[in-house]
Write a protein that binds this ligand. Structure first.
Ligand SMILES: Nc1ncnc2c1ncn2[C@@H]1O[C@H](COP(=O)(O)OP(=O)(O)OP(=O)(O)O)[C@@H](O)[C@H]1O
Ligand SMILES: [Mg+2]
Length: 466
């Protein structure tokens, strides 16, 4: 990898219109600063390249520049809650720079250092968010090619943000590839090491290495020099995660191995396949741990208020196709802006519904959310976060379609009732807030009128003081 003295770089006071506040970190291609954008009035992160004039070889300099702006081109077209947004890019003297969303939080690298081995639910939460981001980018023809813990940020609200599409490979036939020059060997897939074309599955491989590390606290291959790591990636099989951590379910070991498979035909093709297997695995593990059998779950369903009015056979139909999950306090179940076609019913605990930092509502056991995801394939308009340990039932649009016509009818009836209730309560909230605003206005007006009457007294007081 081409490294150009980024350590000796003195922080500039300004880059473009942005004033530099502090250094966030240094990487192979430059330094990342926290800065302030006075126009939009927000903090940003700026990746500022090392002095490119230090690179004597013109071809190498052009390659670095191309790679830097390739990040701008690739990331500029990506708008996803789990991907760091790119705002601007430019040149300042012999430095190129990229302005991006500032993520208040930590990298997965420092998180893993502290927390690994990480609990299964948190690992699944992290990996699932990465799967969503990767599926989104892959669909747009962008392969990350450098998935590793230092390029994964955990925002303070729990969102995972993938950063650094700096060596992203945009699927265009005229694009010069830079395979072999960049990337970290430990997270590189066998095909990338063999200098073959990297595809979506190469990112899934790298994500598998990250998952392995989070679960066990160890990398799948022993760290060493670049050649030794590359040799192991091509020729050795990683130890199953269950050999390093006995409390993990066997199914999880198979999932991690499938991510790390050397053969593309054996590896997951898409992020959602990995996500689905993880979901099944965690729900299965929960019920194994808690010894809640199938009959118990069926009983739980019939107790939920949502199913009042459903016939026994209809509840049986739901029982066959629904899935069960548990979350711990603070874990996100649904992320604002993400797409998922699940409908959820809370069986235990409570959740907060949040839009940005605003708390919209709190739902308790028996209540449901996510009906819009089933009715309409639109991004989620709010986030749902577990307030306590929760247990919930999920049914996807596809699963619902596989139930009987009468069962589907019952669901749609409930959806209509829920939506009309939500409309009524949001109208009430709207009226309440308008009334409150009027009240405040009236109070301010009468205070202003009173103040107008007072100046003479104030003057007297002032004279007295003098
Ligand atoms: N958008 C961002 N918001 C906040 N901090 C960031 C952001 N992007 C990067 N950082 C911080 O800057 C550090 C340096 O990032 P950079 O991408 O230059 O290097 P790296 O990923 O650590 O290494 P490499 O160059 O090998 O990819 C990161 O470790 C992270 O702490
Ligand atoms: Mg980086």
């Amino acid at each position: 990898m081409l490294r150009i003295n980024s350590k000796q770089q003195k922080a500039p006071k300004r880059i473009g219109r942005y004033s530099i506040l502090e250094t966030l970190g240094r990487g192979a291609s430059g330094t990342v600063y926290k800065a302030y954008d006075p126009f939009v009035q927000r903090h940003v992160a700026i990746k500022y390249s090392s002095d490119l004039s230090q690179i004597e070889d013109r071809q190498a300099r052009d390659r670095v520049l191309r790679s830097f702006f390739r990040e701008a081109y690739a990331a500029g077209n990506l708008h996803h809650p789990n991907i760091v947004s790119l705002y601007d890019a430019g040149m300042q003297g012999s430095h190129s720079y990229i302005v991006m969303e500032f993520v208040e939080g930590v990298t997965l690298k420092s998180y893993a250092k502290e927390a690994a081995p990480v609990d299964l639910a948190s690992v699944i939460n992290i990996v699932t968010q990465c799967c969503k981001a990767l599926d989104y980018a892959h669909e747009k023809g962008v392969i990350h090619r450098d998935i590793k813990p230092s390029n994964m940020l955990i925002a303070s609200d729990g969102h995972i943000k993938l950063a650094d599409f700096s060596i992203a490979n945009v699927s265009r036939s005229d694009d010069t590839q830079i395979i072999g020059l960049t990337g970290s060997p430990m997270y590189m897939s066998p095909e990338v090491i063999r200098e073959e074309v990297a595809g979506p599955q190469s990112d899934i491989y790298s994500l598998g290495v990250v998952m392995y590390e989070l679960l066990t606290g160890e990398t799948p291959f022993s760290p060493g020099n670049m050649h030794s790591v590359m040799y192991q990636i091509l020729n050795h099989e990683a130890k199953p995660v269950t050999r390093l951590r006995l409390d993990l379910p066997e199914r999880l070991s198979e999932i991690v191995s499938k991510c790390l498979s050397k053969s593309l035909s054996q590896r997951y093709q898409y992020g959602y396949e990995l996500e689905r297997d993880l979901e099944v695995c965690v729900s299965a593990q929960y019920f194994q741990e808690e010894k809640i059998g199938d009959r118990e779950k069926r009983k739980m369903l019939s107790k939920l208020a949502f199913f009042a009015g459903f016939h026994e056979e209809e509840v049986d139909g739901v029982h066959k196709v629904c899935q069960w999950y548990n979350y711990h306090a603070g874990q996100a179940i649904v992320n604002e802006g993400s797409t998922d076609d699940g409908f959820y019913i809370l069986a235990l605990g409570s959740v907060d519904i949040r839009k940005g930092t605003i708390l919209l509502d709190t739902l308790n056991a028996g209540e449901c959310f996510g009906e819009m995801g089933v009715l309409n394939d639109v991004p989620r308009s709010a986030s749902v976060v577990a307030k306590s340990f929760i247990l919930l039932m999920k049914i996807t649009a596809e699963a619902l379609e596989s139930t009987s016509a009468s069962c589907q009818m019952q669901f749609y009836k409930k959806f209509a009732q829920t939506l009309s209730q939500r409309l009524v309560s949001s109208n009430e909230r709207c009226i309440e807030s308008t009334l409150n605003q009027d009240k405040v206005k009236k109070q301010t007006n009468s205070k202003a009128a009173n103040d107008k009457k007072k100046p003479r007294t104030i003057k007297k007081q002032q004279v007295k003081d003098e």
